[in-house]
Structures are given as C-alpha cells and as structure tokens.
Design a protein around this ligand. Structure first.
Ligand code: 6GU
Length: 252
C-alpha cells in the first residue's frame, strides 16, 4: 500500500512511523509513505498557504488552491505509478469536524492500494477543499489538536499495522481489542505474584476451556463497565450474549 501525506510540516514524518511495526512494514515494502510539502503547491513566491477568514474572526484559514494542486500532483504520480489500480484515489482530510475514525474504517482502508491524507493547520481549511478533491473529513476523537499531522499518523499506524505481514503473529490482530467490538481481556506475565497482587488462578490452571471462557467474560465485563457505548454495536456470539445478560442481572 502507498500512502501520500500533504502537510506544511513534512519534517515530522516518519517520526514514530519509522520504528517498530510501521518501520518494519516500510522496510519490507508492505507500506510506502510519501510526504509532500503543501508549500510546494503555493502560487506565490512567499509560498503562502493561509489567508484571512471571510466574515472576519480570529485565526487564519488554509487556502484551497495548494491542496487542490497537491492532490492533482499525487493523482498524476498515481497514474504513473506501478502500485496497481489508481481509479478513485481515496482522499481523507484530517479535521476535528470529520466523521469519527474507527477500527472498522481502518480495516476497510487497509484493503486499498493507495490512500491520500491531507493535514490542516490554523483555524481550519477552506470548506470547499473536501468537495474539490473528493475528500472525506475524518476526526480521531472528540478533542482539538493543533493540526492534522498527529491525526494522520494515528490513521497511518492503525491502517499500516493491518497490512498482511506487518504484524508477526496474525492472531494478535484478529483477537485484539475492537476486532469483536469489545475491549480486550486482561493480560498477565510472570511473576505470579507481585506486592500481594496475584495473577487470576484460572490462568495458571492449564484448563484451556476455562481460560477461554474467563477471557470472554472479562472482555464483556470490562466493556460493560468502561465503554457501555460499545456493547450495542459489538458482534457478540451466543456465549458472550449469555455472559452479558448474567453480568447485567448482577449489577441490577
Ligand atoms: Cl483529524 N485534526 C485536528 N486538528 N484535531 C483533531 C482531529 C483532527 N481529530 C481530533 N481532533
């Protein structure tokens, strides 16, 4: 997969994307990260990318033309590229006004051959940009960042680690938090006791079916306690639904 990023701070990439799982994915050729400096697409010799807001008010707004020209250049690079089909290049615009980015979306994006991420700064991006370049606005959560770069990195890491071969053990991806729509169960390693806190006995029992059931129950219990908003959307099997009913009756 190839991911193109457009930013006024190209020097912050790859940053954390250069190490660990994402660093290896790039070294193995599973992921290619191409970073573009938005200022290279400005139309004046001062390389201006922002301007005053129509209607007045605080802060500056990012101009539309540099983004449009950058996406056009990336589209041309796509047509010339060897990375596969380039029709309908998917473009995301990182913005706190966007639709919330989820694991389901990360899974869908990981199937694409190409992806383009546009990073905004200042008070925002001219509202015509999304429409002009066919971009979808995405947010990584209900808080405001100073710019889209960290959000773009979050999206790239969430997508990149799902590329086949990126994570050594595929089971760690299929069994982890959110793959079922539930939070993950608790994990423990040695020692069996530290400062009076013991690892749950069942995990030391060697009874694999008891361990499997305990983990399932803990995943449901934690999700109910910490993220009740996730329960209704989770795809639960019959065993998990039974555990959920039981846990709800206990709490009531
Ligand atoms: Cl994508 N951008 C900015 N600037 N702030 C955010 C965000 C994105 N997602 C959450 N907060």
């Amino acid at each position: 997969m190839r991911i193109d990023v457009v930013t006024i701070f190209p020097e912050v990439f790859p940053g954390p994307l250069g190490v660990s799982v994402l660093g290896r994915a790039q070294a193995r050729g599973l992921l290619e990260l191409v970073v573009w400096d938005l200022r290279d697409f400005a139309e004046d010799r001062h390389r201006t990318v922002d301007d005053y807001p129509y209607g007045g008010g605080a802060g500056m707004v990012m101009k539309p033309e540099p983004f449009v020209r950058a996406v056009e250049a990336i589209q041309r690079a796509a047509s010339a590229g060897t990375t596969g089909p380039d029709s309908a290049l998917r473009v995301l615009l990182a913005s706190p006004q966007g639709r919330l980015f989820t694991q389901a979306q990360a899974r869908a994006l990981a199937r694409l051959p190409r992806l383009v991420l546009l990073c905004g700064r200042y008070e925002g991006v001219d509202d015509r940009v999304a429409d002009l370049v066919g971009a979808e606005e995405v947010s990584i959560g209900d808080y405001v960042l100073a710019g889209g770069e960290l959000a773009a990195m979050v999206i790239i890491e969430a997508v990149g680690r799902l590329l086949p071969g990126a994570v050594g053990d595929e089971a760690s991806v299929t069994e982890e938090s959110f793959s079922t729509g539930l939070l993950d169960f608790p994990h423990y390693t040695r020692p069996p006791e530290i400062r009076g806190r013991r690892v749950p006995d069942v995990l030391l029992s060697g009874d694999h079916d008891a361990i499997r059931r305990w983990r399932k129950r803990e995943a449901v219990r934690r999700t109910l306690a910490r993220r009740p908003d996730l329960i209704d959307e989770a795809s639960l099997d019959e065993e998990s639904r039974a555990l959920l009913r039981e846990l709800r009756e206990r709490r009531a």
